[in-house]
Design a protein around this ligand. Structure first.
Ligand code: NAD
Length: 486
């Protein structure tokens, strides 16, 4: 019997989706809402058997999808984008209930971005052209062949947006996909399958295997019949994925964790810098790109701190479905305890919490207070490891050189934020920062044509625009000698 859950009147399947059919599992796992810990679904718990079936279905569907005319494939992806646009309200409610993100962010930016992922790569597919290179009498033509079956694995903090950021280019490049959504927020992936079918995507082109990372995820990344792995998640799991893919030499694109610096120079517009600094608590801190290390030039440090605290104290925490809420819950009790562990150890190491520093006693449940640490010892764990919760640190610096050195004092390199009123300074500092993306006087602005990815431990590879096709295609050179008579 079909395993369907109902969330605020919206019916969502909790089965796998393999070869165009719902596939139940006798084994299940519990999916709770972080908002109130209510049970949302008993979700199919896949393993090797389901991974094998989904990879086989994707393999069977590959020749037909890969051979489709680019215009036709592009049209199917645009249709998916349109159907996502039409269902933003339902997708937003289910995602918010499942992962605790703010409903208004889901409605206004995150789900529209899901649609944009499809529209953008549907267009990018048609913009890819064969490069024609001449060397003497020989001509070399560069072609973009579909690679085969792509496995996509994503985390829970923005499951559908992060999933479609990878699977839309994979599909556009002519690959078929097996998607393993995060076990802590698995439901919108199921809704995407219904949308894909309605958009006319052939059976087997998109498959979803639900399950636990160490079971379903591990079976997929070790699979010998997989051609690409696109993984988004923590550094620790990224290393396991890389190791599992190595015996098959399966190419892996890794988008991993971050510990971004937010450099604030005294010449900046301090009002704008404070607003943006407090924004780093967005999604209750569960954002890979968040500039969690605030580095402020000493001459404005005290003013910045006072005004930051004033603004951050006004953040309203609570049910993320309510329009006035700024900060929702942490995703699970396990994650909440992990965040609290970092905070308590920071205190033991001598850091001073001038904001928050513990769970929200009023709200209970999984609500953790926005926290700011000052006077942090230079070798404290809280400066080194990603917390992935609403926890920031503030450190002063005296010179541009020291600011850059502190910014780079990390094993991560996903992104960096710089606030300054001096264009020349921005141009001097940006190249010195080790990061996949540097934002100057802005944050989170994403041009999907630009490459995105992490330096150092924050990842391997770049995606976006044609960089995505570099990964999802088998790039081929055809070198021709001159033709007789031509
Ligand atoms: P995680 O690494 O624990 O899990 C991510 C995904 O991997 C989940 O779907 C999980 O089921 C799966 N998984 C777990 N073990 C696996 C295994 N052995 N083999 C295959 N798959 C496995 O990460 P998380 O806690 O879900 O997410 C938070 C992390 O994701 C943070 O580090 C955050 O910075 C990072 N993140 C990075 C980006 C980016 O774009 N760089 C975006 C969002 C989140």
């Amino acid at each position: 019997m079909a395993n369907v859950s109902t969330i605020e009147g919206i019916r969502v399947s909790a089965d796998h989706w393999i070869g165009g059919a719902r596939v139940p599992s006798s084994d299940m796992f519990l999916d709770l809402s972080p908002i109130d810990l209510e049970t949302l679904a008993m979700v199919a718990r896949g393993g090797k058997k389901e991974a094998d079936a989904a990879v086989a279905a994707a393999r069977d569907a590959f020749p037909g999808w890969a051979a489709m005319e680019p215009e036709q494939r592009s049209a199917v992806l645009h249709r998916v984008g349109e159907l996502v646009e039409a269902r933003v309200p339902e997708l937003a409610v289910v995602e918010t209930t499942d992962n605790g993100s703010l409903l208004r962010s889901m409605q206004r930016s995150v789900m529209p971005r899901v649609a944009r992922n499809f529209h953008f790569f549907a267009d990018q597919l048609l913009a890819m052209h064969e490069d024609d290179l001449e060397m003497g009498e020989h001509r070399s033509r560069v072609e973009w062949d579909p690679a085969g079956v792509t496995v996509v694995i994503t985390p829970w903090n923005a499951p559908l947006m992060l999933g479609t950021w990878r699977l839309a280019p994979a599909l556009a490049a002519g690959n078929t996909v097996v998607f393993k959504p995060p076990e802590w927020a698995p439901l919108t992936a199921s809704m995407l399958c219904d949308i894909a079918r309605e958009a006319g995507m052939p059976d087997g082109v998109l498959n979803v295997v639900q399950g636990i990372g160490e079971e379903a995820g591990a079976a997929l990344v070790a699979h010998a019949n997989v051609d690409r792995i696109a993984f988004t998640g923590s550094v620790e799991t990224g290393k396991l994925v890389s190791a599992a893919a190595a015996p098959n030499l399966t190419p892996v694109s890794l988008e991993l964790g971050g510990k971004a610096p937010f450099l604030i120079f005294a010449d900046t517009d301090i009002d704008a810098a404070i607003v943006q600094a407090v924004n780093q608590y967005d999604n209750a801190g569960q954002v890979c790109l968040a500039g969690t290390r605030l580095l402020v030039e000493r001459s404005i440090h005290d003013e910045f701190l006072d005004r930051f605290l004033e603004r951050a104290s006004g953040l309203r925490q609570g049910d993320p479905r309510l329009p006035d809420t700024d900060l929702g819950p942490q995703i699970t009790k396990e994650h909440f305890d992990r965040v609290d562990g970092f905070v308590q150890r920071a205190k033991e190491e001598g850091a001073k919490a001038v904001l928050g520093g513990g769970p929200s006693e009023d709200l209970g449940g999984l609500y953790y207070r926005p926290t700011l640490f000052v006077d942090v010892p230079p070798d404290a764990e809280i400066l080194e490891r990603e917390v992935f919760g609403p926890v920031l640190t503030l450190q002063p610096f005296d010179s541009e050189e020291e600011g850059v050195a502190l910014a780079n004092a990390t094993d991560y390199g996903l992104d960096a934020i710089v606030y300054t009123g001096d264009k020349e300074r921005a141009e001097r500092v940006s190249p010195k920062l080790v990061a996949g993306t540097v934002w100057v006087n802005c944050f989170f602005v994403r041009d999907l044509r630009a490459p995105f990815g992490g330096a150092r431990n924050s990842g391997i590879g770049r995606e976006g625009g044609r960089w995505s096709f570099d990964f999802y295609a088998d790039v081929k050179t055809v070198c021709e000698a001159p033709w007789q008579g031509s």
